[in-house]
Design a protein around this ligand. Structure first.
Ligand code: ZN
Length: 349
């Protein structure tokens, strides 16, 4: 069974695997390795890896710079031919459940043994070990995903940053983040911080991943802190994020029980007020109350003034007013008397 996360990853991977000739040509102009006899497979583009125990919300996405061309130097000499064959086969057979699964299984099989042998893996291992993700089983990379910012291979000595920045325009990293929604992203690419010269953004609409970047050579973060210092802090934040993801479903279930859902309406859990929101609400209520009190006091004062003034009026004026009032009252009485007389007549018609 392919999970929704795997399905989204496969869609992304397919887009990389079927990279068009225009991008490939530009990649090579920027220094990407070109295919020539004895350098088989450089025409391919590499999506990376997603572990078989990877879960969105708790998994960690690890990001490198670009694949080297020296894969055969690594501990696993079968990694290169197996991955190349799997990718070619996938492209040739096109998408189907069987073809997708076959590719995914081969990638997993190779990466589980191959990835932990990379020199590059060292810094990632320090952080993930502190999170507690590597203790659970020997196959320690099953909960992580891997990708490189550049999807091609590059020979040693190439200006990786220029190549990577170019590749990011067509294959922005947030596409991978959106597909697999990791708890955190770790990258050993020094200048790959948010809005830097390589990555426009790590933020994806459906993910709120923590992002940690460091200098892959020195292990120092942007503030210049050593690996063992920042890794401690990063690990505790990642562990906290993973734990809160597990609490989330329980919290939603509690909310669902409290709020009855009208039929055919999507469930919209009411978000709790943030402390500053609550404070704003309290202040606006207090302000309203104060305004009402002020208005009432002003009205009472005005009424009192009017009363005082009328009391201070001259006797003549008072008499005049009384006479006028008397006349008016008499007129009203007469009018009402006429009206009363007329009424029964109307009714009798
Ligand atoms: Zn590229």
């Amino acid at each position: 069974m392919t999970t929704p996360t795997e399905a989204r990853w496969l869609d992304y991977a397919w887009r990389v695997a079927t990279c068009g000739p225009a991008h490939r040509a530009r990649c090579e102009l920027q220094g990407g390795a070109s295919a020539r006899p004895g350098e088989e497979g450089n025409e391919l583009r590499w999506p990376g890896y997603i572990g078989r125990d990877y879960q969105e919300g708790t998994g960690v996405l690890c990001v490198g710079h670009v694949h080297g061309t020296n894969w055969n130097d690594r501990a696993d000499s079968m990694a290169r031919p197996r991955l190349e064959a799997a990718l070619r086969e996938w492209i040739a057979s096109r998408r189907s459940d069987v073809a997708d699964r076959t590719y995914l299984e081969t990638v997993r099989d190779v990466f589980e043994r191959w990835l932990p042998s990379w020199r590059r893996w060292g810094h990632f291992r320090v952080v993930l070990d502190k999170v507690g993700m590597l203790e659970a089983h020997d196959l320690s990379v099953r909960e992580i995903a891997w990708t490189n910012l550049a999807k091609c291979r590059a020979p040693r000595g190439v200006n990786n940053e220029r190549l990577t920045a170019f590749c990011q325009r067509d294959y922005p990293i947030e596409e991978v983040v959106e597909a697999i929604r990791p708890a955190a992203v770790l990258t050993c690419v020094k200048n790959a911080y948010e809005g830097g010269s390589i990555v426009r953004t790590w933020r994806a609409p459906s993910a709120d991943s923590l992002v940690f970047t460091w200098d892959g050579r020195r292990g120092t973060d942007r503030a210049g802190r050593k690996l063992r210092i920042w890794a401690e802090e990063a690990a505790s934040r990642i562990a906290e994020r993973r734990a809160s993801h597990h609490e989330e479903p329980a919290r939603k279930e509690r909310l669902n029980k409290m709020i009855p859902t009208p039929p055919d309406q999507p469930m919209l859990p009411i978000p709790p007020l943030m402390p500053d929101e609550a404070e704003r609400e309290r202040r606006s209520a207090a302000a309203k109350k104060a305004a009402t009190t002020k208005r009432r006091r002003a009205a009472a004062k005005k009424a009192a003034t009017t009363k005082r003034r009328s009391a201070a009026g001259t006797k003549a004026a008072l008499t005049k007013r009384r006479k006028a009032a008397g006349k008016k009252a008499a007129a009203t009485r007469r009018a009402s008397a006429t009206k009363t007389k007329k009424k029964p007549a109307k009714k009798s018609r």
